[in-house]
Design a protein. Sequence first.
Length: 513
Amino acid sequence: QFPRQCATVDALRSGECCPDLSPVFGPGTDRCGSSSGRGQCVPVIADSRPHGPQYMHDGQDDREQWPLRFFNRTCSCNGNFSGYDCGSCRAGWSGAACNQQIRTVRRNLLDLSAKERNDFVNALHQAKATIHPDIVIATRRHEEILGPDGNTPQFENVSIYNYFVWSHYYSVRKTFLGAGQQSFGGVDFSHEGPAFLTWHRYHLLQLERDMQEMLQDPSFALPYWNFATGGNTCDICTDDLMGARSNFDVSLISQNSIFSQWRVLCENLDDYDTLGTICNSTEGGPIRRNPAGNVARPMVQRLPEPQDVALCLEVGLFDTPPFYSNSTDSFRNTVEGYSDPSGKYDPAVRSLHNLAHLFLNGTGGQTHLSPNDPIFVFLHTFTDAVFDEWLRRHNPDISIYPLENAPIGHNRQYNMVPFWPPVTNNEMFATAPENLGYSYDVQWPSRALQVTEIITIAIVTALILVAIIFAGATCIVHARKNKDELHQPLLTDQYERYSDDYDSIPTPSQSVV
Ligand SMILES: O=C1C=c2cc(C(=O)O)[nH]c2=CC1=O
């Protein structure tokens, strides 16, 4: 969440987090890379527009108006420069001057070669074991952040992958309302609202960026898992990818997979919620996963169908009031999985993203823990691919993203919790290839016709056939009539001539005797 340089008593007391980039002339001489024109230290802008009625404990949570409870000054970087000290580049740019455009391609995990699979799994494992070079995590709420003596900042180192896990936990944690009081769970800064898609997009970008730096490979891209197979097996749960099932315990990962050695973060929810502490970097038990194994909920024993993706891409509105998990005809609520795939809200439904989580039935199915299972990364890159395809097809104006009255954390200009430097939902609401430097290599399913559509098409086709037959018959009748009319003058002539002749024949009375 915060740069190591800012996890100090001085920085926390001053509220300023503007680290030096390369302070050759002493501390404070190159804040935000100002000496090379990369950026400057500015006041933080935090969203103060009203949020929705779901949260009613204003004043009691450090995540309100993020990140003002901790810092009110930050670096603002110029041009393509980016990062907490303006020492890195905006997504999609690289090079010392951040003027080289890059475009990475996120591919289907199943399309990776044996070597690519091996390299990728090793890279993830390296991220699990490598201390994040820049970021440390808070282990106490702001009230206790300087420690019992007021002089010991309560921050810890965390690995690159565990930071990914921790940031998700921090965004969904309950609001602590005081010792002996029940913590408030009706708050979620990354789910059940319009920021679901923008938040998870940035979450992935941050992991991808951290891994690119760790590997010194700007072309490194996270693959995706196309979970919409309609099947009841996890096709990426093989030992060369996410790990097969253990032969000894149905809910563990096979020992042939490196992921069987991973240990999870943020398990002790009850402690955090009753003591008012925050998950730290201490790891606990193994990843649990039992795909399709939830016998108590048959509905989550199958993955979403390809058709579900095709249908949800047709939902035209990004989100609808109340911008929550009961929104209907909302693309966001549909792909998140609280509506049926055509967009109709139904409290009994779990579809798409939610269904894929619940299908995993273990660590990956519990919101405070789910990123501990690396499948989370690929489940979410696919969800992000659907979001990007929706943006491409519908080309929405940003004005459709609610500015206010969305659940707390979800307004358009809200800084996403707990990312640093501050980044708004707004900034992630744009097509990825053009604005963020990555694209997806996906074949989208075309939508199968529904029964009502087949009936409508049959009726219209029948009507058209009847019309054609009727028109044909009318033509024939007209043609015959025309033909008759063509012949008629001759007959008339004849008749007239005949009549003339007839007229000219003297009647008996006229006969000259
Ligand atoms: O990790 C997650 C787990 C989830 C479970 C549901 C549900 O619908 O019950 N939703 C989830 C979202 C997650 O991110």
